[in-house]
Design a binder for this molecule. Structure first.
Ligand code: NDP
Length: 485
């Protein structure tokens, strides 16, 4: 099998196998062929992973932050040096085109490691004068953190969680999606090669049950999940039992608002990137594209023409723009939504079904619906596939109310040349991450996360530090103890 890892799990600095765990076959989404087989973690494997993380963490936390940073910087350099090899593996794992994985996955992971490596030594406490006495604070690591990933960005998700966790002195046990188990193992190898002590980043495979068991273990101090809202609700509830901290990066149905004064080609570009990148499997995608009525037909013409010119094909060919979705099951879900769009009266502008000519690959044609009404299923539910819904609007108040009407709040975008309006809009939009005249750019310096049902906590930026540390406050008495007895 062409992508078979050396073993299923990576624990205490080495690959570990336990064939007693349920077998998981890994399919290459472009062809449907089996490219690897891993085994789900047994209780014995989870025990080893958690125990080695627990044992390694105290020494790591005691090191100088600059030393931790140096190791993470080295890991970033290794990811960059191996970018092509890691990108090809990401493409096999997910089916995303190499054109994307070469710039968006190991590269983003390396940036996360670099960013938090640099930040680690700059994290300090404060001193608080109290007259004669004083207090000071220490930002301490939490201990053992669990990371659980979705299948769309396996390398990036693992790095966005591991980099701040490790930089601040924690250990992490990571469970990738059972659909994409390969990249995270390679990341663990790179970290150890960079000098990360054994046990600080362990990878265990499995489906939801393995994630569930990790989350409820008493040794675990914090859980960071990237996944759907229903999974988030379960994991959050389980973490609450042990009063564990959480970061929840969940799903959305984000609005992208295009005013009639916008640069139309830029707006079309933003909408295409925000719906078809990674075959539409991006949590922040602007899948409700609100277009002001005056430019609606011009927008649709240009969006359709540019979509029809996209190259769909072999993800390993760097000319390919759009590849398959992750699995046969996901393809059926997406095709079901396309059917519901048609059945509920939306106008199909382009696409609309499975792409022919790709054998058993899970290819869905990039699809644009116009005349979409707010009540339609395709305008309310996260599809997680290449389906854009275009809705017409007339004025600002109306579009803000409609954009905010759903329970999600992950992201939002505005295209307009009127900057006062742009800032007024983002102030009113209920979303954790907003873009003005751009879409889906997530530089590491910028905090990332959702409002409402789309999540709690933030990844990236200085904000992530707060979610992987806790404050210890220390009061220092400088005079005699004033006891009344
Ligand atoms: P899922 O919610 O199905 O799964 C996410 C992860 O959680 C997987 O590793 C899954 O395991 C695991 N899991 C499932 N059930 C449990 C449980 N009870 N306890 C612990 N872990 C569990 O999401 P998908 O993998 O289908 O990813 C798509 C979703 O992720 C979309 O909703 C998307 O919007 C969201 N997402 C959010 C992002 C963000 O940053 N906000 C970024 C990327 C995606 P397994 O699947 O192996 O069974």
């Amino acid at each position: 099998m062409k992508a078979q890892p050396r073993a299923s799990h990576f624990i205490d600095g080495a690959y570990v196998e336990d064939a007693d765990g349920a077998a998981i076959d890994i399919l290459y989404p472009a062809t449907g062929e089996t490219i690897a087989r891993v085994h789900a973690a047994t209780p014995a494997i989870m025990e080893r992973a958690l125990e080695s993380a627990r044992a390694a963490q105290a020494d790591w936390a005691a090191r100088r932050p600059v030393e931790r940073g140096r190791i993470l910087s080295r890991a970033a350099q290794i990811l960059r040096e191996r970018n092509r090899e890691l990108s090809e593996l990401e493409t096999l794992d997910t089916g995303k085109p190499l054109q994307e994985t070469l710039v968006a996955d190991a590269a983003s992971g390396a940036e996360a490691l670099e960013y938090f490596a640099g930040l680690a030594p700059a994290i300090t406490g404060e001193t608080i004068p109290l007259g004669g006495d004083f207090a000071y604070t220490i930002r301490e690591p939490l201990g053992v953190c669990v990371g659980i990933g979705a299948w769309n960005y396996p390398t990036q998700i693992a790095c966005w969680k591991a980099a701040p966790a490790l930089a601040t002195g924690n250990a992490m046990v990571f469970k990738p999606s059972e659909l994409t188990p390969l990249c995270t193992l390679r990341l663990a190898e790179c970290l150890v090669e960079a000098g990360l002590p054994a046990g600080l980043f362990n990878v265990v495979q499995g489906a939801g049950a393995v994630g569930g068991a990790l989350v409820s273990d008493p040794r675990v101090a914090k859980v960071s999940l990237t996944g759907s809202v229903p999974t988030g609700q379960k994991v959050y509830a389980s973490a609450a039992e042990g009063i564990r901290g959480v970061t929840m990066e969940l799903g959305g149905k984000s609005p992208l608002v295009i005013f009639d004064d916008a640069d139309l080609e830029d707006a079309v570009g933003g909408a295409l990137l925000g719906n078809f990148y990674s075959a539409g499997q991006v949590c922040t995608n602007g899948t409700r594209v609100f277009v002001q009525r005056g430019v609606l037909e011009r927008f649709l013409d240009r969006a359709a023409a540019r979509t029809e010119a996209m190259v769909m094909g072999d993800p390993m060919d760097e000319a390919t723009h759009i590849g398959p979705v992750i699995s046969a099951e996901q393809m059926e879900i997406v095709l079901g939504y396309i059917e519901s769009g048609r059945a509920e009266g939306a106008r199909l502008v382009t696409g609309g079904g499975r792409a022919e000519g790709f054998g058993a690959g899970f290819y869905v044609r990039p699809t644009i619906f116009a005349d979409v009404a707010d009540e339609m299923t395709i305008a309310r539910e996260e599809i997680f596939g290449p389906v854009m819904s275009v809705l017409a609007f007339d004025d600002e108040d109306e579009v803000v109310a409609r954009a905010n009407a759903l329970p999600y709040g992950l992201a939002a975008g505005v295209f307009t040349r009127d900057l006062a309006r742009a800032h007024r809009m983002v102030a009113r939009l209920q979303a954790g991450t907003c873009w003005i005249n751009s879409y889906n750019l997530t530089p590491l310096e910028m905090p990332f996360g959702g409002a409402k049902l789309s999540g709690v906590g933030r990844e990236n930026g200085h904000a992530a530090i707060e979610h992987y540390t806790q404050i210890k406050a220390v009061h220092v008495g400088m005079g005699p103890v004033d006891a009344p007895y």
